[in-house]
Design a binder for this molecule. Sequence first.
Ligand code: HH2
Length: 256
Amino acid sequence: MGVVNVTPDSFSDGGRFFEPARAVERGLRLRDEGADLVDVGGESTRPGAQPVPADDELHRVLPVIEALAKEGVAVSVDTMKAQVMRAAIDAGCAVVNDVYGFRAEGAVDTVARASVGLVVMHMQGTPGTMQKAPHYDDVVGEVTAFLLERAQALETAAVARERIALDPGFGFGKTVEHNKQLFRALPQLAAHGYPILAGVSRKKMIGDFTGRLATERTAGSVAAALMAVQNGARIVRVHDVKETVDAINVWMELKQ
Ligand code: HH2
C-alpha cells in the first residue's frame, strides 16, 4: 500500500502532494512502482494534528480518488468519517482504511452497505492527545482484544469476514516500547486469521533507532517493512514503494 497524503501538514511529506494534480501523479507513480493499493488521505493523523472538517477533507480527497480510480488504480481512502467513506466509495475506492476502527457514528452502517475491503486500525486516544501518556497493562492483549471486537462489530452488521484486515496502529497512542512489543507479536495477531496491515514507514520509531529525520528514514523503513512481512503482515503501508517492493522481491527469491 503506497501513501498519498493530500494534506498540508503530514509528518513526512506534508504539502508535497496537496495540489490534486500532484497527488494524482504521485498515486500513478506509486502504482507503477509496484503498489497494489494507493492510500489517499486528506487529514493528517500525526501526533498533535487537529481535526479537519468533513467538507474540507472531501474537497481534498475526492478529485484524487476519482482520477486514480478512472486510471484503474486500486484506491483506499484513509478516513475516520462516515460521510467521507460514503463519498469515497461512490467515487470508486476499493478499500476504506480507518485509523479510528469504524467507531465514528454511522461508519459501520456506511461500509456494511458497500462491498469494499476494510482496514480496522487500533488507536489509543485521538491524534491530538494520543502521544501525551500512552498506557497499557498489556499492550498486545488490549490491542488484540480491541481489533477482534471491532471486527466482530462489522461482522454483526453483515460484513463478510473476508473483507476485513487488522492493523495494530504503530505510533497511535504507543511508546517505542509498545511498538516493539506489538511488532514482535505480529505472528500472534496474524494467527487470528485476518490479514494484517503494518504501517511503520518513516515513523518516529524509525527515527529513534536510526537518528534520522523523517525524510531520511527510507532504509530504516524498508528494513521494518521487510520484517513486518516476515512476521506475517500481508499489507505494508509505505511511502517508499519502489525500495520496499525491491526488498520484498529479493527476500522472496532468496528465502528457503
Ligand atoms: N499511519 C498513518 C496514517 N494512516 N493507516 C493505517 N492503517 N496504518 C497506519 O499505520 C497509518 C495509517 C500515519 O502516516 P502518514 O499518513 O504518512 O502521516 P499523516 O498521518 O501525518 O498524514
